[in-house]
Design a protein around this ligand. Structure first.
Ligand code: ADP
Length: 558
């Protein structure tokens, strides 16, 4: 049956002609209603290129040309059965689907699919409810569209903020589910989001619905008149992660094996007192000593939260664009960086942390922290009330107590038409490793004409070293330099035994190939699981470098 009613997409799914695509879209629309299906038929539909108005079919911070990685259509399921039906139709037509929750995965690909022409699954548009906040158990049960800001607002509106806090990343507009399954981080004691999730409900590639952990043990209140996704869950689903038998949650993280439709998240109990602080560290070469100071404090839990050691330019970029500091085209040199630090009253490195608990606890912790950092010559200690005009400290003051903000968006405007790409290697918490990573990443950034902008985010026993490659997205030369830079950095890092924790779509293959112990045995395991659970390779093919057997990865090289 030939149809004239559906527009032709800019990019068709692989192996799909327009006629088949038309039939597919009609089939999908018969499930979700046509108002929930948008065919991406015109470049004008890709104009959304702002964090506040994110694109749903492409990467607003694209490093390859804008229409290289786009969806053929975006479909917004209304509920779990819609998701299950969509998976069945995609299997029937062998058309790939790329789920996202909000699409604000900036620096890592946004809403864009890895395989051009995939169908974007906009999980967050309708499925955006806070299903439960349990005060006694200190957890929330969420749908994909719940953003960090929305959960925070929920706590405020329901007068729960004096009991529970959300952990938020730098920007509050992304989804908790998307960020958590991508293993994003925040900055309170609950900063490792994946560690703090508890229990998932997942649609498998064939449409089967599962609950992980304790969720697979039915509740005694089970009601046979309800469909599985509406069954009252086990009372311990959000309290104990592991359930019985193999712990499967991991295979749904950074993966292409399931669509997460519900997830539990532990919330931090309001600690009964809070004080954020800034420690300015004057010289570039103090990095070594600063990290050596941080390690015992962090692993010993005197540093209670996930603190950050930020390079001066990250703070400077939040406070002004590049032009407000220099007219030079070349990367800023050490003397210029010192001058910027001096003019802002900051150090070359700036350490942001917080104390949690009643006053006597905070006072005791602060004494130990101050004494340790005081061994670094010239450090200064500040509370936010002493620097009312320092927008970074004022913002960290909010972030570190779980209040979401959008302020950190500003550093992206360091360059005109600013966009960014994250290079995110894991580092040991040692002076030696931090200095080595800083040296390589700064030198390479400068070789490619970029200023080094970065931060060390200190987990329990490692650091996420986040290098923010800011480029001009309207300038093909700038984009290409950024792309070439990150490729070289990935190789530089792998040669030294450093690997990235997460990456942009365009770099997934390269990074996956660096995790190649024993003749790629991990990739072979990943492929075996992928092919078993998704024999037609319809769910997020190529994600994190895992290609289903019916794909030829060489056709999708970026
Ligand atoms: P954010 O919520 O920060 O805007 P995205 O919605 O862009 O992030 O999601 C980031 C990535 O996480 C997606 O590209 C996708 O790979 C994965 N993802 C997000 N939501 C889901 C989901 N509900 N099920 C499966 N994968 C998801």
């Amino acid at each position: 049956r030939e149809s004239q009613s559906v527009k032709r997409p800019l990019v068709l799914p692989p192996g799909t002609d327009n006629d088949k695509f038309q039939r597919f879209i009609e089939e999908i629309a018969s499930v979700t209603g046509s108002e929930n299906v948008t065919v991406i038929s015109d470049e004008a539909e890709l104009y959304h290129d702002n964090y506040l108005d994110p694109g749903k079919a492409h990467d607003m911070f694209h490093i390859v040309y804008k229409t290289r990685l786009v969806s053929s259509a975006v479909v917004a399921p209304r509920n779990v059965p819609d998701v299950q039906s969509i998976m069945k139709i995609c299997n029937m037509f062998e058309i790939p689907v790329w789920p996202f929750s909000i699409g604000r995965n900036v620096g890592y690909g946004g809403a864009a699919p890895r395989v051009p022409g995939s169908v974007g699954l906009d999980m967050g548009r309708h499925m955006n409810k806070v299903l439960e906040v349990n005060v006694e158990g200190a957890y929330a049960l969420l749908e994909p569209g719940v953003t960090f800001s929305a959960l925070h607002e929920y706590l405020v509106t329901n007068n729960l903020r004096d009991k529970l806090w959300v952990d938020v990343p730098d920007l509050g507009g992304g989804s908790i589910i998307g960020n958590t399954i991508e293993r994003g981080v925040g900055y309170t004691p609950y900063g490792d989001h994946w560690m703090m999730h508890c229990g998932m409900e997942v649609v498998l590639p064939d449409g089967t619905l599962i609950r992980t952990g304790m969720g697979s043990l039915p509740s005694p209140d089970e009601d046979s008149s309800l469909p599985p996704h509406e069954q009252p869950p086990n009372k311990c689903w959000q309290l104990f992660n592991y359930g019985f038998g193999p712990y499967n949650d991991g295979i749904f993280s950074q993966s292409s094996l399931g669509i997460v439709v519900k997830m539990g998240m532990w919330l931090m109990v309001n600690p009964g007192g809070y004080q954020s602080y800034l420690i300015t560290i004057p010289r570039d070469e103090d990095l070594h000593q600063a990290i050596e100071t941080i390690r015992p404090l962090r692993v010993g839990m005197v540093l209670q939260n996930v603190p950050t050691l930020r390079h001066i330019l990250l703070d400077a970029a939040v406070m002004g664009d590049r032009k407000s500091y220099t007219n030079e085209d070349r990367p800023l040199n050490d003397a210029e960086l010192d001058a910027i630090a001096a003019s802002l009253g900051l150090g070359r490195w700036n350490f942001y942390g917080a104390l949690y608990g009643p006053e006597p606890v905070r006072v005791a912790m602060w004494q130990v922290i101050k004494a340790s950092f005081s061994s670094i010559k010239g450090v200064k200690f500040f509370f936010p009330e002493e620097m009312p005009d320092n927008v970074v400290l004022q913002t960290r003051h909010l972030t570190l107590q779980g209040i979401p903000t959008m302020t950190e968006l500003k550093w992206v405007d360091w360059l005109p038409n600013g966009a960014h790409l994250f290079f995110s290697p894991i580092a040991k918490v040692t002076g030696e490793d931090a200095v080595a990573q800083y040296e390589v990443t700064r030198r390479r950034s400068e070789e490619f004409g970029f200023d080094f902008i970065g931060t060390f985010i200190v987990g329990m026993r490692e650091m996420h070293h986040i290098v923010c490659i800011v480029f001009d997205k309207k300038d093909p030369d700038s984009r290409q330099r950024a792309h070439r830079l990150i490729k070289i950095l990935i190789d530089d890092a792998a040669a030294r035994g450093w690997g990235e924790y997460r990456t942009h779509l365009a770099l997934m293959d390269q990074i996956a190939s660096t995790y190649n112990f024993n003749n790629n045995s991990m990739m072979r395991l990943n492929e075996a699981i992928k092919n078993a659970l998704d024999p037609k390779g319809i769910l997020a093919p190529g994600k994190n470098g895992i290609w289903p057997k019916n794909y030829d990865p060489s056709m999708y090289k970026i």
